[in-house]
Design a protein around this ligand. Structure first.
Ligand code: ATP
Ligand code: MG
Length: 409
């Protein structure tokens, strides 16, 4: 887990503001669910053989004996809220977005943390390819607005549950002769959920995996039509993508369209965001059949990618530094600061007990635009000596408290 320090604030805020702005552009409304959920919300949905359930969940019992989990991802929690608040009775689809911390007992390394932040959107209650493409377009727009427009999009269709049953048989017979040479994780997955071997990072380069049958050859007519339409709409929008039949996504609840965005030429640890359709998810939570589609993107991985490039993000500046010359005028200085703040100016208050030069140094290190000096002479008349710090040889002038905001403007 990691700390977010003040020096990262500007970039962090830029990412968050951009995500919220783009969500608004697509009319996705913010939902905030608790960080802690009943563990079944994830145990029932995410899949026994997913990394999350098999090894990454923070699970604990509370004092009442309830089994809880720190949420490892947002989609199942949002789906739980959709059900719990009867959102099926609202006009469909319901468009939601979230921004918050997730927790996974992952192996820490660059871009991989145990508390990670995600922004994600969910479009729940519509099964059409238009919904998939809207969500992809939102995600693409987000990266574009962030200055990451060159991320590569890879898409696939993993069909419906029936498609996967047929594909899994073919995959099994293909991998069977090679099982002994696969990683231990993959050997276990061969028994429990063979599809997940395709998602293995360890075996990605194994020859048996290079030559696996393509799931696209197993799609039924409905899957096929859906995927064709998704691609046609992406083509119409001039969204570039690559079809990659080996993308299956880490979570089991996906169906049909799945995708990932990653930096050009990067390896397996670097996916910036991923999404997919999850038509069976709400049923797994005990609700009626309800289609949905969404994506999640890792904020730390966005920041990591942004740090490599020049961005227009500037650290916020202080407008005014207020310098009280002595204890006796401290109250007057605080009044001056209050006036400026009330007009929306950011003020760093100097505390008494330092001399003029020290105040000037402090104002410079705060990168303040102006300094307001309050001595005894000023305090008795409710005025300050105001001096711009950005301008060399600027004159200082006397400004009444009443006119301070105006003078700063
Ligand atoms: P990976 O294959 O890299 O483990 P995942 O399939 O587990 O990713 P998702 O569950 O799809 O990832 O999460 C969506 C996004 O969240 C990822 O694309 C990534 O940007 C981010 N993410 C996932 N796990 C972590 C982590 N441990 N630390 C930081 N970001 C993460
Ligand atoms: Mg993972």
């Amino acid at each position: 887990m990691h700390d977010l320090l003040p020096e990262d604030e500007a970039l962090w805020r830029f990412v968050r503001d951009t995500a919220e702005r783009v969500a608004r552009l697509f009319d996705y409304r913010l939902i905030s669910t608790p960080i802690v959920e009943d563990s079944h919300v994830f145990l029932r949905t995410v899949g026994d053989e997913s990394d999350i359930v098999s090894k990454e969940m923070y699970l604990f019992d509370d004092r009442g004996g309830d089994h809880l989990a720190l949420r490892p991802e947002g989609t199942a929690a949002v789906a739980r809220a959709y059900l719990e608040h009867g959102m099926a009775s609202r006009p469909q689809p319901v468009r939601l977005c979230y921004f918050g911390p997730m927790f996974r007992y992952d192996r820490p390394q660059a871009g991989r943390y145990r508390q990670l932040w995600q922004f994600g959107v969910e479009c729940i209650g519509d099964a059409s390819p238009s919904a998939d493409v809207e969500v992809i377009e939102l995600q693409r727009t987000l990266y574009e607005e962030l200055g990451l427009g060159d991320l590569k999009l890879r898409i696939n269709s993993i069909g419906t549950a029936e498609t996967r049953r047929r594909y899994v048989e073919a995959l099994r017979s293909h991998l069977e002769p090679h099982v002994a040479t696969l990683s231990r994780d993959s050997q276990r997955r061969f028994e429990t959920n063979v599809l997940r071997i395709l998602d293995s990072k360890e075996d990605a380069e194994h020859p048996a995996l290079q030559s696996v049958p393509s799931i696209l050859d197993y799609l039924d007519e409905g899957d096929e039509a859906h995927f064709t339409e998704v691609r046609a709409l992406l083509d119409t929008l001039h969204v570039t993508y690559e079809v990659d039949p080996r993308i299956v996504r880490g979570l089991d609840y996906y169906a049909r369209t799945v995708w990932e965005f990653e930096p050009a030429g990067a390896g397996g640890q670097s996916t910036v965001g991923a999404g997919g359709r999850y038509d069976g998810l709400i049923e797994l939570l005990g609700g009626p059949h309800t289609p949905g589609v969404g994506f999640a993107t890792g904020i730390e991985r966005i920041m990591l990618n942004l740090k490599d490039r020049p961005t227009a993000v500037e650290a916020p500046r202080v407008d005014l530094y207020v310098a009280p010359l002595g204890e006796a005028v401290n109250g007057a200085a605080m009044h001056a600061a209050r006036r400026a703040r009330a007009a929306g100016f950011a003020v760093r208050a100097g505390f008494p007990g330092r001399g003029m030069r020290a105040h000037f140094r402090a104002a410079e290190s705060a990168n303040a635009r102006f300094i307001a000096i309050v001595g005894e002479n000023e305090a008795t008349r409710d005025v300050v000596q105001l001096k711009p710090l950005d301008v060399t040889d600027a004159e200082q002038r006397e400004v009444a408290f009443d006119h301070l905001a105006e003078a700063l403007r």
